[in-house]
Ligand binder design. Structure first.
Ligand SMILES: NC(=O)c1ccc[n+]([C@@H]2O[C@H](COP(=O)([O-])OP(=O)(O)OC[C@H]3O[C@@H](n4cnc5c(N)ncnc54)[C@H](O)[C@@H]3O)[C@@H](O)[C@H]2O)c1
Length: 305
């Protein structure tokens, strides 16, 4: 099948492209390389350096005739969305609308993309389930929540099927240091270099980390399934930032100094996503333990410093 992957030169997108190519699909990557790397793009995929907001997207869709679209390109840095909210909105919403319009025009069968745990905000209920009304604490979370609304309207009004995955904190090889889940790659680099680690808050905030291969698997399950709507993707297992660093120190056989700083605006205290819907609708079952995923990521970061 013909599949377009936006953001396919980035962390999650490039792993997804590898899997789609491996499964024999014809893949076109669209990426402006603002944070992604050309070298991450699978050699068997076609590549176009283009911004998702560009009008040329419509000709590209006409020529390539995609059956499916995976839209991974985004402004992904929560803190950045608070400093430059118009840029965040422009990329994450105007870029989305450009792609949705082009998808409807050429009759795309399904549009699959991430939302984020950030849409929930600081809700007290854990684990977080999809039907809860989220109250985002950041502009990034708000553009993701608005994304979900646009997808619903495009399905209801124009018949475009979709899945919008609320990823928790994704980690793994090729992750940059800036994005949402970048804390793992940042910590890996500091531990590998024997450098001190800066922690925002007391380190007791918890996150639900999911290895990138499990996220790719959820996307592939969505491709081969009639389900449509919003679905969490996580491991439903929380770990504190302090425990995460302990685990990395064990893997590396070293210890590092920790500096505790003020929490950042928009940061969430606890985040744990329910996987019940993903299991029921997609047959999703995360395969990677945190220990194994962190070992892989740590060795990748150490070897690619
Ligand atoms: N990493 C996480 O933990 C996490 C968690 C929740 C949701 N997400 C979402 O998953 C998606 C992928 O995130 P990632 O971690 O792989 O980020 P990433 O920064 O590694 O990848 C994003 C890619 O999009 C490209 N891009 C950015 N703006 C673009 C534009 N205007 N036009 C074309 N290309 C553009 C970048 O060059 C990059 O290759 C994003 O939508 C992000 O919000 C990520």
């Amino acid at each position: 099948m013909n599949i377009i992957v936006t953001g396919g030169a980035g962390f999650i997108g490039s792993h997804l492209v590898d899997r789609l190519v491996q499964e024999g699909h014809r893949v076109l990557v669209i990426d402006n390389l603002s944070s992604g790397l050309r070298t991450f793009v699978n050699e068997q995929a076609e590549f176009l350096e283009l911004d998702i907001r560009d009008e040329k997207i419509h000709n590209v869709f006409e020529n390539f005739q995609p059956d499916y679209v995976f839209h991974e390109a985004a402004q992904t840095v929560v803190a950045e969305s608070m400093v430059h909210p118009t840029e965040d909105c422009d990329i994450n919403l105007m870029g989305l609308l450009n792609l949705l319009q082009a998808s409807v025009k050429v009759g795309v069968k399904k549009f699959l993309m991430p939302s984020s745990a950030a849409v929930y905000g600081d809700l007290e209920v854990l684990p977080l389930t999809e039907e809860l009304a989220g109250v985002p604490r950041s502009c990034y979370g708000l553009t993701k929540l608005t994304t979900e609304g646009y997808l619903r309207i495009y399905q209801e009004s124009f018949g475009l099927s979709y899945i919008c995955y609320r990823y928790s904190n994704v980690y793994g090889p090729r992750q940059g240091n800036g994005g949402e889940g970048g804390v793992v790659s940042i910590f890996c680099e500091h531990v590998a270099n024997g450098e001190s680690i800066k922690i925002f808050g007391d380190g007791e905030q918890t996150r639900d980390f999911v290895y990138v291969d499990d996220v790719v698997e959820a996307n592939i399950l969505g491709l081969n399934n009639d389900v449509t709507g919003v679905i969490n993707v996580s491991t439903e297992t929380g770990i504190s930032v302090n425990d995460l660093i302990d685990t990395l120190e064990d893997i590396a056989g070293t210890t590092v100094t920790r500096h505790y700083e003020e929490p950042r605006i928009g940061d969430i205290k606890h985040s744990l996503l329910s996987t019940a819907k993903a299991k029921q609708c997609l047959g999703y079952m995360p395969k990677w333990t945190l220990q194994k995923g962190l070992e892989n990521t740590y060795h990748y970061v150490k070897d690619n410093r």
